[in-house]
Design a protein around this ligand. Sequence first.
Ligand code: SF4
Ligand code: SF4
Length: 369
Amino acid sequence: MDKAEYLEPDLAFIARLKRAGGESVKKCFQCATCVAVCDVTQSDKPFPRKEMIWAQWGLKDKLFYNADVWLCHQCGDCTMHCPRGANPSEVLAAVRSLSLAEHAVPGFLGNMHSSPAALVPLFAFPIAVLLLAAMYANGLAIPAGEIIYSRFFPLAVIDSIFISAALFALITSALSVKKFWGGMKRNAPQKAAPDAAAVFGALKDILFHKKFAQCRANKPRYTGHLLVFFGFLALFATTNLVMLYHYLLGRETPLALGDPVKLLGNAGALAAFAGVSYIIARRLAAPKETGNATYQDWTFILILYAAIITGILAESARLANIPAAAYPVYFTHLVFVFFLIAYLPFSKFAHMLYRTAAMIYAASNSKTS
Ligand code: SF4
Ligand code: SF4
């Protein structure tokens, strides 16, 4: 017989969870209506009722290292039907928000991203790196003549900065996901190693937003998320195609407006702009339906927005031939892009890493059950 365990609620963690948006946690009386209405939950390991009782006791290890928390896509259907006025959708969102710092490797960068006071040093780093690079490349002087950004920042300089940032993000993402995966294995031992079907199934779900499409209470979120997702895929593809153009075909930027890669980049920027505008407008107009956005939610969406807007403005200023505006805006754009790329595993952006890992983990585990 297993030894009985004396359980003390972790009051400090419960207070943190409430501050992060899970203030309704104590209202839950375990009726399981939320489980019955959730379209995403699996029958052999239902949620979010069990997470609500874990949260009431402050069992943070169970909450943080639990795939189900990341399978939830905050549709709000459970909240809409809860007879006690609890808000399981927001409680799970609060757990995810706190998880970002918990899983982050190195941990201090995760903690910095959850603290408003750390925003200045987080921005100071890319500003300093890019200023030093611009001083090294051209003494910070605004080049005369036609606006060509590679005259301000030679491509080799930009590529070495952003490839380093991407490598840093790649390594820290792998370490952070490894920590999360190890915790999931500890709490719910794996029945099978993930196979190709589990990986492709998860990627297909993400690509087509299959779960999002099932949303009822918060259906408009699907539209905004889809626009941002495909907008960023297009921008990511554009960046890589521009590098191929340069290094394989010897073609220089700026590309002509009619070039297919340019068209793809502009379509991506417009889709991302429309998606983020829609998400922000909904958050401001209907905060109840969209949920309590946390500090991390807001910083991420606003930095994303700033990166998109400065990108569009940099191109507009170049086309309008206004060097005094074009180069500073381009510099600012690079600062925001660096922030998004280098700090990916520590910001809200990391939800795509943990959600993908959780989906693969859950799919490989349910296969043999
Ligand atoms: S969160 Fe609401 S619906 Fe879910 S178990 Fe608790 S009381 Fe019931
Ligand atoms: S918010 Fe939606 S996906 Fe998440 S637990 Fe509730 S019903 Fe399920």
